[in-house]
Design a protein. Structure first.
Length: 522
């Protein structure tokens, strides 16, 4: 293996720190034979780009949005976390206290009618709601607590339920925080928000998390919106990703005044009953609403060789009062046309599931696989499930065949890529990669990464870059062999997950090498 000099400033600083005790000892009397000299190197932590999150999004129609990506963009409303779903737009009308209005791939989903959403295992959509079927109010969400969003688009996933005809999203909250936090935000037009969160181990193996949010906003309207929002979450959790539990309590209350739709002719006229009137004014200044949501929930899960079992239960109390006026004084000139929509409900829910790892490709659940065998089985399965083979059986049979074709392609993309295959096996065995939260790597590994980076910067010509690529490729193959040992022989999923995280850095670096080669060939 070729050794490259390290000239990166951070690398020099780390190496100097490691060498300093030796230099000091060289100038003093040698210690007695029984003395022990320990050199401690400072830990270096590197956070990779979100693109390194292997396996997070196999396609725009299905994927996982991790917390690292959620932190990269500010959000005006809690529901805007769903805008990370490709093709999703989240907006609002008639006040920020109401549920958002959703658009997916250009289709108007109203307040969530065709998009099923859950938070912490509890459904958000309300059937037969006073303001519309499938009403999905996400204003009780605290974005800082979101761990991940698993999304699916299209009517292909039965687990989404009745409201998932356009898609669905399952939002998972954190059960512990990397560090406690507090934040106060002040803005224009009376915007004020404070959020506080923390977690701690309260008993052996049991973690408590608590967070509160207070928010107020007047908005740009002539009639102040007077929005107030109070939100709280408390969670107890224990166990591991393979076998664990959690219990949560949530509370949310909000009230607001609405500036609703107004006629264009009033804006053109510029006045109403002798007073100035513009596009930020309201005809009926008594519109508005208040809402609340209180819930208790619990979840237990266990992953074994036989599959994954999940049990969850929840109790929910919800209410909404919404005053609106769309026709002003047309129907009742004396009293006005304002009407009240009221919804009050208590909801109890229970969900149980057991998923079994299937053998769609007829392959054993192990890391070492024969790539030609995977390719051959993929071609055979695609041919068997091709929709044209079911043309004579009707549209329903063709749709089912299309669903199987999509699943076959998704499985093939994951199986043929060693890194995705390794990540998948780790997840199945209860050790998810979670690359955005597990960024600490060994010092020797980081020194090697910096040496390679400098070698790529210094390489002149195709031959030098290809030589570096060959060196990195050989290292990658050796690390993949180690991953195979950890998964197939030692059955050490936790160590395998750490190995996958290291290989993600290597894969990213090889992509950079390929881009450099393309630039040199251009």
């Amino acid at each position: 293996m070729t050794h490259h000099p390290i000239r990166h400033p951070l690398a020099r600083a780390a190496l100097a720190a490691m060498a300093w005790p030796t230099l000091g000892l060289a100038q003093t009397t040698a210690p007695a034979p029984s003395a022990t000299v320990v050199a401690v190197a400072q830990q270096v932590e590197v956070t990779g780009h979100y693109n390194n999150a292997v396996g997070s999004s196999d396609a725009a129609s299905q994927g996982v949005i991790n917390a690292e990506l959620l932190k990269s963009r500010p959000a005006l409303r809690p529901g805007e976390v769903l805008e990370f779903v490709p093709g999703m737009i989240v907006t609002q009308h008639s006040g920020d206290g109401k549920a958002n209005q959703y658009f997916l791939r250009g289709f108007n989903l109203d307040h969530g009618t065709d998009f099923a959403t859950s938070v912490g295992g509890m459904p958000v959509n309300m059937p037969t709601h006073a303001h519309g079927q499938g009403y999905s109010d996400l204003n009780f969400l605290i974005p800082e607590l979101v761990q991940r969003i698993e999304y699916r688009k299209g009517p292909y996933f039965a687990q989404g339920g009745d409201f998932a005809s356009a898609g669905s999203a399952d939002i998972a909250y954190r059960t512990r925080l990397d560090e406690n936090f507090g934040q106060i935000t002040l803005g224009q037009r009376g915007y004020r928000r404070g959020v506080l969160g923390g977690s701690a181990e309260v008993a052996p193996g049991v973690t408590a998390l608590a967070a509160v949010e207070l928010m107020a906003n007047d908005g740009p309207w002539t009639l102040k919106e007077n929005l107030t929002r109070r939100n709280g979450v408390f969670t107890l959790s224990g166990g591991t990703a393979a076998q664990g539990w959690q219990a949560s309590a949530m509370a949310y209350k909000a009230s607001w005044d609405s500036t609703d739709q107004i006629p264009q002719r009033l804006i053109d006229a510029g006045s109403l009953d002798g007073r100035p009137f513009g596009r930020f004014d309201a005809v009926d200044t008594t519109d508005g609403g208040d809402t609340s949501r209180f819930s208790l929930s619990g979840e237990w899960h266990s992953t074994t060789a036989a599959g994954t079992t999940k049990l969850s239960a929840y109790a929910l109390r919800y209410q909404l009062q919404l005053w609106s006026n769309f026709t002003f004084n047309q129907e009742r000139p004396d009293t006005g046309d304002q009407f009240l929509q009221r919804d009050h409900r208590d909801v109890l829910g229970l969900r149980a599931s057991h998923s079994v790892d299937h053998t769609l490709f007829g392959l054993p659940a192990r890391f070492a696989q024969d790539r030609p065998a995977i390719d051959a089985q993929w071609r055979a399965l695609q041919a068997a499930a091709h929709p044209d083979r079911f043309a004579s059986e009707g549209a329903a049979a063709q749709r089912l065949a299309m669903q199987w074709a999509v699943r076959i392609n998704e499985a093939y993309q994951r199986l043929k890529d060693p890194l995705k295959r390794g990540a998948y096996l780790c997840e199945l065995r209860g050790a998810p990669i979670n690359a955005e939260h597990n960024t600490a790597m060994p010092t020797a590994f980081l020194m090697q990464q910096m040496a390679w980076r400098e070698a790529l910067d210094d390489a002149r010509g195709v031959a030098a870059v290809e030589a570096l690529d060959a060196e990195v490729a050989a290292h990658e193959q050796a690390e993949l062999a180690t991953l195979a040992t950890l998964l197939d022989e030692r059955q050490d999923a936790a160590a395998a997950a750490q190995q996958v995280r290291g290989l993600m850095f290597v894969a990213r670096f090889r992509e950079d090498i390929n881009r450099r080669l393309e630039a040199l060939d251009a």
